[in-house]
Design a protein around this ligand. Structure first.
Ligand SMILES: Nc1ncnc2c1ncn2[C@@H]1O[C@H](COP(=O)(O)OP(=O)(O)OP(=O)(O)O)[C@@H](O)[C@H]1O
Ligand SMILES: [Mg+2]
Length: 188
């Protein structure tokens, strides 16, 4: 996992790198190109920056295009900095697509958005940042199901526990159950 670093996001619009400021200025001067070609509904969704906006539309009708234009609008108008925009997707593919599209609109002058990603990626980033609150180090390892079972089998063997009585999968299910209730080993 990449180390947490906010330095890629500029602090205030006034402190933005010259290249960004120049590009913002140029963009403002010739009216934002990301608005071109949007239909009236998309344009309304893009330009409504105060309060929540719900876009409900069928497959392939231009939701992502409006969403990426809205992010561009937030950045170009100075309403938000790249590290102040939380954009959560369900799949890696959608996150990649969003990043590519925003990158294409913004050009190379704006650094990547640290809070654009899948909910798994965003949540693990938050967890690493605040790992100490749950007694972990920020470089904690995430074990997939196979790793979990392998580790439990090793622990069962080294503790001389009868694996027939306490199969690894059953123990894994028990631990999952405890974790879902936020029970720690100390609490049991
Ligand atoms: N106003 C528009 N005029 C012309 N083409 C558009 C417009 N809005 C979107 N498109 C194009 O239509 C295609 C689908 O747009 P987009 O990917 O934004 O839709 P979507 O609703 O997010 O789709 P999906 O449901 O698959 O996620 C893209 O090629 C996009 O460039
Ligand atoms: Mg889409």
């Amino acid at each position: 996992m990449c180390p947490i670093d906010d330095s890629d996001a500029f602090e205030t619009a006034a402190e933005a790198p010259l290249s960004v400021r120049a590009s913002v200025g140029a963009m403002a001067a010739r009216s934002a190109p990301y608005l071109d070609g949007l239909n009236p509904s998309q344009r309304q969704a893009v330009e409504t920056l105060d309060g929540p906006v719900l876009m409900l539309a069928g497959a392939g009708t231009g939701k992502t295009r409006a969403l990426t234009a809205r992010i561009a609008h937030l950045l170009f108008t100075g309403a938000a900095r790249p590290n102040e925009i939380l954009a959560v997707t369900f799949t890696n593919k959608a996150a990649r697509e969003m990043k590519e599209r925003v990158g294409r609109i913004m050009g190379e002058t704006v650094e990547g958005m640290p809070w654009l990603g899948t909910f798994h990626a965003i949540c693990v980033r938050l967890l690493r940042r605040h790992a100490e609150l749950v007694g972990l180090k920020s470089n904690f390892t995430i074990l997939d199901t196979d790793d979990q079972i392998r580790l439990l089998k090793q622990l069962i063997a080294s503790a001389n526990i009868d694996e027939k009585r306490w199969p690894a999968r059953q123990l894994a299910g028990l631990i999952d159950h405890w974790k879902n209730r936020a029970w720690t080993p100390e609490a049991r």
